[in-house]
Design a protein around this ligand. Structure first.
Ligand code: ADP
Ligand code: MG
Length: 228
């Protein structure tokens, strides 16, 4: 499903943000990526999104070699991914319904389908009543739930989340992680970058631990490993 083979990323020549990484994530897995700030977690996510290209090595996603994708194929490739960020990234001048509908309109889905899919996605995240609200009228936790609804409305095979609970309190963080786990239970492969030690310890998923551009451990059902 996702495979990195000997992947190196240098933003600056000679400085390895990722250093000969090998990583294989199977369809349907739930994986946490942990590690200190600057260890290469976001670089890993951005390479999988093809927002960046590796300096060397190969990245395969759903059987496709990302290095062989043509420029014009990239938007289509990205639509097969759901992505969630720490800062929500909702469109401030559109209401919640339109924020999610937007993700469907770019794929040219017919309006009658959009009218079914948007409320369904909002129900999944527990916000069916809020469809007319604007992002700034919602709490941080609610905004992140909208971002998840938007990420899953196209039924992506892969959901990538880069510190999705970084701006949230513990209660909201748990709610977001539960939504990601539910998406995983419906069959989506989920990769979550996080610093939330309690959540990693309690959820007992596969944990990929990065340090200075290297994967220093990769264990199923692992707790979070302290740096010091
Ligand atoms: P993390 O997400 O684990 O905090 P990043 O993947 O953002 O780490 O960064 C890994 C390394 O790459 C860091 O040393 C960071 O300074 C460097 N880096 C990240 N983005 C850029 C960039 N756009 N230009 C130059 N260096 C970068
Ligand atoms: Mg980061």
């Amino acid at each position: 499903m996702i495979e990195l083979k000997d992947v190196t990323k240098e933003y600056t020549k000679g400085i390895h943000a990722l250093n000969h990484i090998n990583l294989k994530i199977e369809k349907g897995e739930f994986v946490f990526v942990v590690g200190d700030s600057g260890s290469g977690k976001s670089t890993l996510i951005r390479l999988i999104m093809k927002e960046l290209d590796p300096t060397s090595g190969t990245i395969m996603v759903n059987g496709k070699n990302l290095g062989r994708l043509k420029h014009r194929q990239i938007p289509m490739y990205r639509r097969g991914l759901g992505v969630v960020f720490q800062d929500f990234r909702l469109l401030k001048d559109r209401n919640i319904y339109d924020n999610i509908a937007f993700a469907l309109r770019v794929t040219e889905k017919p309006t009658r389908l959009i009218k079914i899919k948007v409320p369904a996605a909002l129900s999944l995240v527990g916000l069916a009543q809020k469809y007319k609200s604007y992002p700034q009228e919602l709490s941080g936790g609610e905004q992140q739930r909208v971002a998840i609804a938007r990420a899953i409305v196209n039924e992506p095979s892969i959901l990538l989340a880069d510190e999705p609970t970084g701006n949230l309190d513990p209660t909201n963080s748990w709610e977001i992680m539960k939504l990601l786990e539910e998406a995983n239970e419906r069959g989506t492969t989920v990769v979550v970058v996080t610093h939330n030690q309690d959540i990693v310890n309690q959820m007992r998923k596969r944990v990929v631990h990065m340090k200075k551009g290297n994967i220093v451990s990769d264990e199923k059902g692992a707790g979070y490993i302290h740096e010091d």
